[in-house]
Design a protein around this ligand. Structure first.
Ligand SMILES: [Zn+2]
Length: 257
């Protein structure tokens, strides 16, 4: 792609001379055009609607997974509560059997009374553990229903993410192809410029975005400031002496005529 070559040539004073259009100035403008186009494409790639769509559906899936994990963790917690209640109740039952056996050998009424009191306390503890277990079982049953409901939306969410990924992949691959072509063109354009010119171009581009600006009558199109008549004369002399490239006295960009 060598778009804009003619436009750039027209902008030089010597466009009517065959071959004279190929100056550092026109080569810089061509390089800048390629770089600008690549920047715009890179921006477009980052701001694709398909990318936002993917972020949105991935967010839904993440939230869905978070909820599933919360429910499963609570199910596990409740299983632990149920197991501990059962173990506790079994230990109390063993203890109670021992006390009941003891009861049969006791003669003193005060001792019997103390044992009966202890057995009553164990019964209360068993009741409390049974209650805890029942509540845990009920909660598990509720969460199990919720989890079953929740799992129904999994497939739809995963499909939405997969199709958003595919859409983004398609959209980016078109841009990637264009960017690859531009990268090749850029390499060729840079090869046609000297190291010092390129270093200066890269430095100004990094700091100001636009490195090469055209002089429109007496205004720099980079900083949009007017040059005085004397400055315009200086710029023209400088450009004539250095392959069509001068410095803007206001912004320091590479000024081409
Ligand atoms: Zn300027």
């Amino acid at each position: 792609m060598m778009r804009g070559m003619t436009d750039a040539a027209d902008a030089t004073d010597t466009a009517d001379e065959p071959g004279a259009a190929d100056t550092a100035a026109t080569r810089l403008l061509d390089l800048q055009r390629v770089d600008t186009e690549a920047d715009q494409l890179t921006n477009r790639r980052e701001r694709l609607a398909e990318r936002e769509q993917l972020a949105a559906v991935s967010g839904h899936l993440n939230e869905w997974e978070r909820l599933r994990a919360t429910m499963r963790a609570r199910m596990d917690e409740l299983t632990g509560i149920i197991e501990r209640s059962e173990t506790g109740a079994a230990e109390i039952a063993t203890h109670k059997e021992r006390l009941e056996a003891q009861m049969k050998t006791v003669i003193a009424p005060r001792e019997a009374e103390a044992l009966m009191h202890e057995i009553a306390t164990l019964d209360e503890q068993t009741d409390a553990l049974d209650m805890t277990e029942i509540e845990a079982l009920e909660e598990q049953s509720t969460i199990d229903d919720q989890l079953t409901d929740h799992l129904r939306s999994e497939q739809g969410l995963r499909e939405a993410v997969a199709s958003a990924e595919l859409a983004l992949q398609r959209a980016t691959s078109e841009i990637e192809t264009e960017l690859t072509a531009l990268a090749d063109e850029r390499t060729a354009r840079r090869a046609a410029l000297g190291d010092a010119t390129l270093a200066r171009y890269d430095r100004i581009r990094a700091s100001s975005g636009v490195a090469v600006a055209q002089l429109a009558v007496h205004r720099c199109e980079g900083c949009h400031l007017d040059l005085s008549a004397a400055e315009v004369d200086d710029v023209k002399d400088e450009a004539a002496a250095s392959d069509g490239v001068a410095d803007c006295p206001n912004c320091g960009r590479m000024l081409v005529l």
